[in-house]
Design a binder for this molecule. Structure first.
Ligand code: IPD
Ligand code: CA
Length: 261
C-alpha cells in the first residue's frame, strides 16, 4: 500500500474510531455483561463498538480483512492486509467505571503494522502513528522518555486476569522490577499502557499473554515514538500468533528489564 493511500486510510479511520468512542460512555450497555471466562468479560459496549467500526471500515474498503476481539478469527489469513481491532481495551475498567479504556485499531500487512490508532474517550486522548511518520497524541508529536536507568524509571506491570495460572510468575516479575525502579503502575488497558510509554509517562511496561488486538496499534505508536517492543525473549511478538508476552520500553532500559525477568 503506498504512503498516500495509507494516509488517506488513516484519515478516514480516525473519525470512525472517534465516533465509536461515544459508545464507551454508555453506562447501561457497559453493565450488560457476559463472561467469556471467569475473569474475562464482554459487555454490550464491546460488541456495539466492534459492529459499528467493522461496518464502517468495510464500507471504506471491503477487500481489507478484519480481525476483532469479539469474533471468531480462525479464517484470518496472516499475509493479507488486515484491520486489527480491540473495540474496548480495558473492559474490566469499563464495567467498574474506572475511566481508562480505549479503542485500539491497527492496519497491518503481514507482521508489519502500517498504522495504529488508540483512542481513550475518557481522557479524550487520541494516539496515532503511521509507519515512518512518527507518533502523535491529539496531533502533537510524542516521544519516549529519556530515562536511562531502571533505577530512575516508572514501570507498569500487567497482571493479565485472563491468565491467572501465570499469576505467581507475573507477581515475581513485578516484585523484581519494583525493587529496582521508582514505583510500579497498572492501568488495566494494555493499549493505553503502551501509549503512555510512547509519550514518556511510563518508561517500561510488561505483561504476559497478550492478544494481537491488545498490542498491534500500541506497538507501532511506541516504535514511531522511539521506543522498543519485544517479547520476553527479546524477539518480535507475532500478530497472528495466539498470545505474546510483551515487554515495552523507552529503549534505554530494555536490556536491563530483560535481564531482570
Ligand atoms: C485486557 C486489558 C488488560 C490486560 C488483559 C487484556 P481487554 O484487554 O488490556 O489490561 O491485563 O490481558 O486482555 O480484555 O480489556 O480487551
Ligand atoms: Ca477488549
Amino acid at each position: 500500500m503506498n504512503a498516500d493511500v495509507l494516509s488517506n486510510c488513516l484519515e478516514q479511520a480516525i473519525p470512525i474510531v472517534r465516533e465509536a468512542g461515544k459508545l464507551l460512555h454508555d453506562r447501561v450497555r457497559s453493565s450488560s455483561i457476559q463472561e467469556k471466562g471467569k475473569t474475562d468479560f464482554v459487555t454490550a459496549v464491546d460488541t456495539a463498538v466492534q459492529y459499528f467500526i467493522r461496518e464502517r471500515l468495510q464500507k471504506l474498503d471491503s477487500s481489507i480483512q478484519f480481525m476483532g476481539e469479539e469474533q471468531d478469527n480462525s479464517s484470518v489469513e496472516p499475509d493479507r492486509l488486515t484491520w486489527i481491532l480491540d473495540p474496548v481495551d480495558g473492559t474490566t475498567n469499563l464495567i467498574h467505571g474506572f475511566r481508562h479504556s480505549a479503542i485500539s485499531l491497527a492496519l497491518a500487512e503481514g507482521e508489519q503494522v502500517l498504522f495504529g490508532v488508540v483512542y481513550d474517550p475518557f481522557s479524550e486522548e487520541l494516539f496515532t502513528a503511521q509507519l515512518g511518520h512518527g507518533a502523535f497524541c491529539n496531533h502533537k508529536p510524542i516521544h519516549v522518555s529519556d530515562v536511562q536507568t531502571l533505577s530512575d524509571s516508572l514501570c507498569s506491570v500487567g497482571t493479565n486476569p485472563g491468565s491467572r495460572d501465570q499469576a505467581d510468575a507475573a507477581f515475581r516479575r513485578m516484585r523484581a522490577i519494583y525493587d529496582c525502579c521508582h514505583d510500579i503502575r497498572r492501568i488495566g488497558a494494555a493499549s493505553i499502557e503502551l501509549c503512555y510509554v510512547a509519550c514518556g509517562r511510563l518508561d517500561g511496561y510488561l505483561e504476559h499473554g497478550l492478544r494481537p488486538w491488545d498490542f498491534a496499534a500500541g506497538k507501532l505508536i511506541l516504535e514511531e515514538a522511539g521506543g522498543a517492543m519485544t517479547n520476553f525473549h527479546g524477539t518480535a511478538p507475532f500478530l497472528y500468533g495466539d498470545r505474546s508476552d510483551i515487554m515495552a520500553s523507552n529503549g534505554h532500559i530494555h536490556a536491563d528489564l530483560r535481564f531482570l525477568i
